[in-house]
Design a protein. Sequence first.
Lengths: 153, 476
Amino acid sequence: MGMTEKPISMDAGEPSPRWEHFPHDADMGIRGIGHSKAEAFEQAALAMTAVTLDPDKIHPHLKRSFSCEAPDDELLLVDWLNALVCEMDTHKMAFSRFHVLLNNHHMEASAWGEPVDRGRHEPAAEVKGATYTELSVHQIPNGFWVAQCVVDV
Amino acid sequence: MDLSLLTPVSEHEWHILPTGQMRVPGIVYASEDLVRDMDHKVYEQITNVATLPGIVQASYAMPDAHWGYGFPIGGVAAFDADRGGVVSAGGVGFDISCGVRALYTGLQRKDIEPVKQELADILYRNVPAGVGSTGRLHLDTKGMHAMLSGGAQWAVKQGYGRPEDLNRIEEHGCMQGALPDCVSDQAKKRQQDEMGTLGSGNHYLEIQEVVETYHVPLPQQLGIQHGDILVSIHCGSRGLGHQIGTEFLKKMVMAACHYGISLPDRELACAPIDSPLGQEYLGAMRAAINCALANRQIVTHLVRQAFADILPHADLSLMYDVSHNTCKVEEHWIENQSRRLFVHRKGATRAFGPGHPDIPPDLQTIGQPVLIGGTMGTFSYLLVGTAESMKMAYGSACHGAGRSMSRHQATRRWKGGAVIEELAREGILIRSPSRRGVAEEAPGAYKDVTAVVDAAEAAQLARKVVKMRPLICIKG
């Protein structure tokens, strides 16, 4: 896993799931890549966490549950990310572990994290929300799934 | 942007002739260099906005236009409800009524320098900033409703600020037509501990020195002279605004088919002004404007308290408070007829010219102050709106320079600690909970705000009054 600003390679995939950032003027593109759509959603959530702080510094003590439904995968991704943003902002939480279950366009998910510790986590800019810009949930030739969008910072 | 796509009308006005689904032309106010520097996405977004139902005259872009969501940041467009016009959550954005306010202090640099470190430290302690920060005020249900209805007027009644502050805020500090019941419980929960907080990213609290004056006697008419110390506060509607933007973008996207609206871009999500959804959004958006006005009012109170501790002879009176990211109902002359329009300013500032009834009486002959923020290491500017601007883009101007590189690139090029040290050597004290945040906001990561402001003046959107340089910057 790691941060990169290169467009995702469509031909050669890494063997393990990962997250990426890609450039967008004032804000940040986030991308999750996984064996399955659900795993791509999990990695996208990690990518969003990494916009603000280092996921490796978060202790995943506390569990929160989420449920979303949308007409298609892409709107579902945005709903999932925005549900996380709302929880993070409302309760000043940071999450580093995610488990997503998808059933058609319905999603149940869990996230594990802890309250933001400004000294230890040193958070940078907060995510205001996930947008529909560069929004895509698709499968690439090597069979991996990609879930991405731009988040407003 | 490929200049061959535009028709130059003058050195600072470029037209995009209507093609395809465009109902009106696009008009860009900028120098050739700034236009050339704009991403092609800006062209796409200007032309997409021009396709929306009920749009009047043109889809406008300010000199600082850059790639946004649906609308370009620096985009202005007005819609007529009587002609099927729409209101767009994408045309307002997530940070509803993000804006800037400037305060006088009655001080000069010689007053600040002996206590600069202490002043920076107390401002940093007093004004919550950054991710995870909370305000001192917790709003219960009744308080939330009152705040969303009353805005800065509510804040003053609660003891945050002075009654005369309201004379120098758009809408006299309270946006009429706010409907707190149209704001979700989720949005209210997000906000209940965030009143009086700066936020993060490009938000800031700055102590600035006036280093240049223009168009004498304009500065004097505004009570400013060279060497004066001003305070500038840049923040918005915090979590509440963000949540409203999120929720209504989705509702409008889902409802687009029902209203027969073809969206070239989902981020242009909109609804007919006169539809239940359009009215619901307007009610919630106006409540968020009040939230932003109340938030900046509370922050002002906290800043005054800090100054009172260190520099008790300072008098921090409010010069003006401007908002970006709004949709407001305004009367404008279109082809010799007064029309009631819903004017969207996305990352653009209202800039009404002299004589406009919405400008405070004592500023009528001058024009509305326009505050353009720079970075933590570069200049900010105060301008005033012009009579010409009223005919150009509904009395609008830019709001700041956009980024020249992504946040990630900025963190690769600069380390926050080094930026802080470098700026300290230049006499600028930075206080921030996040070194990475400082790196992301490094001065070099932004375009040249002076070029943007010069273009705004050359295009006659606004006139420069003074240039300010930061001395202290509190960042989230």
